[in-house]
Design a protein around this ligand. Structure first.
Ligand code: 5GP
Ligand code: ZN
Length: 115
């Protein structure tokens, strides 16, 4: 399902431009427009799910498998020292875009980021 007036549905359909680093029939991976560190990416399912509570298990499994591939590619390409996976659900938890997404945030020695 695609939701009208959803930013990430529009990005997934290519209606709004983003820096896409990977795409397949299920997911698009983009650079975050306001990166916490260099190379901060978002894995976005093309189908609309508000958050983890309505994400189905099959999509979750595919998404995590993709996350392992992207993580290894980021380690090789960015030479990062570590990586945080972050996933926010609900306003109180910091979710600002109500279309499920997984943050991959590369970490660098001395980057000073507090998550
Ligand atoms: P959340 O706070 O919902 O977990 O994360 C939303 C993320 O989406 C934020 O890190 C924010 O910078 C990013 N974001 C919001 N709007 C856009 C956009 O139009 N393009 C891209 N590439 N990222 C966006
Ligand atoms: Zn959406």
């Amino acid at each position: 399902m695609i939701k009208e007036d959803c930013l990430f549905c529009k990005i997934a359909k290519g209606e709004i431009h983003s820096a896409t680093v990977y795409e397949d029939s299920h997911f698009t991976v983009i650079l975050d427009v306001n990166p916490a560190t260099k190379g901060h990416c978002l894995i976005i399912p093309k189908e609309h799910f508000d958050n983890i509570y309505d994400l189905d298990g099959e999509t979750a499994g595919k998404l995590f498998a993709l996350a392992t591939c992207i993580a290894r590619a980021m380690k090789d390409a960015l030479k990062c020292d570590g990586l945080n996976l972050v996933q926010n659900n609900g306003e109180v938890a910091g979710q600002t875009v109500n279309h499920f997404h997984l943050h991959l945030i590369p970490r660098y020695e001395g980057d000073g980021l507090n998550l």
